[in-house]
Every structure is written in structure tokens, then in C-alpha cells.
Design a protein around this ligand. Structure first.
Ligand SMILES: *Cc1c(COP(=O)(O)O)cnc(C)c1O
Length: 362
């Protein structure tokens, strides 16, 4: 038997989750965030499955991968170009670019392109990462519109820093800042990420930009995917490769961080940080053993984890172990390991076999 570690990608769940976006934000257009290899689910695979109105990526390389795969929908570079030399490709392949800094506006003003590109002005409304100062937006808007390299249908966007916290005033403050900055400007508007889509209807505007919810994880700190009617696309799965009887007082794994409190069975599952399972998942982190919760004990190693089998007397070598996904929300593992679902989904390594369930398979 070869190593059983597999990631199952259920594309039916992806379709369901996009439907969930459209229910939450009726009548709005959807730019699906597919950056970072579709949050670890496969950039082209995700884009071919999703009937989104546009795709949002982090860089030109990701956009060109989509165009080469035959994706013809609009594509937006969320961070725009990093240097002027990228602009001719954007024009040729019809890629929209964010303009978040005056330098990027200058690049467009001096570029000579075969045809004008679509621009989304990205305004800093309080996240203070990327974005134009709100009071500078109208002037930059005018300059770009008057130049030959930019299409006249300039979009207006910003990004929310704390929409995942349901009662945080900062989101309303960002909303007000956004509305004030663009009050006198024409053009399509976009503000909401997944948390905005599900939790803050006033942020929907013309285009919503879901990411994490498409992949079936809750964007909120206080809920799990099933609470939001989201279905996990990714299930990380392996099998038990050993069961051993250990005596009270015997340590388990590197560092001996877990010591058996009594004579007990310890199982070994074939998954570790070399597969993208988080190294910092502590003892007590849940797994699903034959569909029932068991807990990890001791340190995570590169290729293996150890499990407490005291409540699983029926366990046998070869039994199924789910690390996250169907039946075990990835948010729970992220929380246990002190991280977020995004990093776990993005972090499954290349050696893990992909097992794809097609979208039309139901
Ligand atoms: C990644 C990203 C999104 C999607 O965010 P989620 O929290 O995954 O929904 C939306 N907008 C921008 C600008 C992004 O970078």
C-alpha cells in the first residue's frame, strides 16, 4: 500500500459556496479571489469550476496562467503592477489593474500601450496597508481618465481590515470613509471580502470579492462553516499506519512532550508538517478517526502524528483519519494551532496526492 495521504477537492462544494455568495449579495457581481493557487485548491481548477463574473489574483503570473488556460472572464490584479514593464502584458491580455500608489498612476501616465487598460483605484480607508490617501483619489482619478493608457470606466475599491469581527466599529468607519472619498466619482465600486458579504450588507456595492468562503471556511472568528451554510472544498485525509500499547509514564514523540497518564494505545497517522499539517498543533487538537473525533498527542513530526486511542478501542491499522474538511471544519484546527484557515488551505504541500471530485458529479 502506498502512502495514503490525500487531499480531496470537492468541486461541488465550490459551486455551492458561490451560490451562497449570490444569495448573500443578490444582484451584485462577483470577483472570485483565486490568488495563491486558488487558496491552495488549484488556480486553474478553481477558475474553470466557478461561474464567477471575474477573477481576482495577486500578480501578473497568476493572471497569465489563467489566460493561458483559456479563462476569458475579466481578471483583476489586486496589487496592480509592480513595475511598468508589466503594463503591456496587462493591455494585451485584457487584465484590470489596481492602482494603490501614486507611482502606479505615474507608470500608467507614461506608458504607451496598444490599448488602454481597466483600472481600479484602490483607496486606503483605514487598513493602512495598500491604497491611495482618500483625499488624493479624485485628482488621480481625473489624471488617469484624461490619459491615453486607461479606460474611462475606472473602478473604485478598498479593503476591509476587521470585517471578521461582527461588532467592530472600524468596518462602519471604513465604509463611511469609502463613501466620502468616492462621493463625486463615477464608476463601479467594490469593498466586501467574504466577511463583508456575510456580515455587512452595506459593504456590497457593485462587486463583491469573496475568497475564503468560496473554499468553504467561515470568515468569522466566532463561527464555523456549517453555521454559514458553507461546505468545505478541501478534505485532508490519511490512514493509521501503526497502533502500539504504551505503559503509564512513557513519553510519546519528539521532546517527550506528552507522557502516557496510564497504559494506553497510541495510533500513528501518516501526515505531518511535510504535508502542510501545522507543526504547532498542540496535544488535544481534534482529528476524525473513522468519522469520530480523536485527539492528537505529542509533537507533530514531518511525516507523522500520534493519536490518543483510549476512546477508540475499535481502531485498526489502515483506518481512515481526516485532518480537516468534511466533518471537521478547518477553522477548528487553525484555532487549535494558533493560525487561520487560510494558511492551512494554502499550505498543503506538493507531495500530497490530489483527488478531485468534479462539479457535475452530483
Ligand atoms: C484576498 C482578498 C479578498 C478575499 O478575502 P477573503 O477574506 O478571503 O474573502 C478580497 N479583496 C482583496 C483585496 C483581497 O486581497
Amino acid at each position: 500500500m502506498s502512502r495514503a495521504t490525500t487531499v480531496r477537492l470537492d468541486l461541488r462544494a465550490l459551486v455551492h459556496n458561490l451560490r451562497r455568495v449570490r444569495v448573500a449579495a443578490p444582484g451584485r457581481r462577483v470577483a472570485a479571489a483565486v490568488k495563491a493557487d486558488g487558496y491552495g485548491h488549484g488556480l486553474v481548477r478553481v477558475a474553470r469550476t466557478l461561474d464567477a463574473d471575474a477573477f481576482a489574483v495577486a500578480c501578473l503570473e497568476e493572471a497569465l496562467t489563467l489566460r493561458e488556460a483559456g479563462v476569458t472572464r475579466p481578471i483583476l490584479l489586486l496589487e496592480g503592477v509592480f513595475e511598468a514593464a508589466e503594463l503591456p502584458s496587462c493591455a494585451r491580455h485584457d487584465l484590470a489593474v489596481a492602482v494603490h500608489h501614486p507611482d502606479q498612476a505615474r507608470m500608467l501616465e507614461t506608458a504607451r500601450l496598444e490599448r488602454p487598460v481597466r483600472v481600479w483605484l484602490k483607496i486606503d480607508t483605514g487598513m493602512h496597508r495598500l491604497g491611495l490617501e482618500p483625499e488624493t483619489a479624485p485628482a488621480i482619478f481625473q489624471r488617469l481618465r484624461d490619459g491615453p493608457s486607461v479606460r474611462t470606466d475606472i473602478g473604485l475599491m478598498s479593503h476591509l481590515a476587521r470585517a471578521d469581527e461582527r461588532d467592530c466599529d472600524d468596518t462602519l468607519r471604513q465604509l463611511r470613509t469609502f463613501e466620502a472619498a468616492i462621493a463625486d466619482l463615477p464608476g463601479e465600486r467594490s469593498l466586501a471580502n467574504s466577511a463583508g458579504i456575510l456580515g455587512w450588507p452595506r459593504t456590497h456595492f457593485d462587486w463583491v470579492r469573496p475568497g475564503i468562503m468560496l473554499y468553504g471556511a467561515s470568515p468569522f472568528v466566532d463561527s464555523l462553516a456549517p453555521d454559514e451554510d458553507l461546505r468545505p472544498v478541501m478534505t485532508l485525509h490519511t490512514r493509521l499506519i501503526s497502533i502500539k500499547r504504551l505503559r503509564q509514564g512513557e513519553p510519546v514523540g519528539y521532546g517527550g512532550t506528552w507522557v502516557c497518564p496510564e497504559d494506553m494505545d497510541v495510533g500513528v497517522a501518516a501526515v505531518g508538517y511535510g504535508d502542510g499539517y501545522p507543526r504547532h498543533a498542540p496535544s488535544g487538537t481534534p482529528v476524525l478517526l473513522n468519522g469520530r473525533e480523536a485527539v492528537l498527542i505529542g509533537r507533530v513530526s514531518m511525516d507523522m502524528i500520534t493519536l490518543d486511542l483510549r476512546r477508540h478501542p475499535e481502531a485498526r491499522i489502515g483506518d481512515s483519519v481526516v485532518l480537516w474538511g468534511e466533518g471537521l471544519p478547518v477553522e477548528r484546527i487553525a484555532q487549535a494551532a494558533g493560525t487561520i484557515s487560510y494558511t492551512l488551505l494554502c499550505g498543503v504541500t506538493a507531495r500530497v496526492k490530489r483527488d478531485v471530485v468534479p462539479a457535475d458529479g452530483d
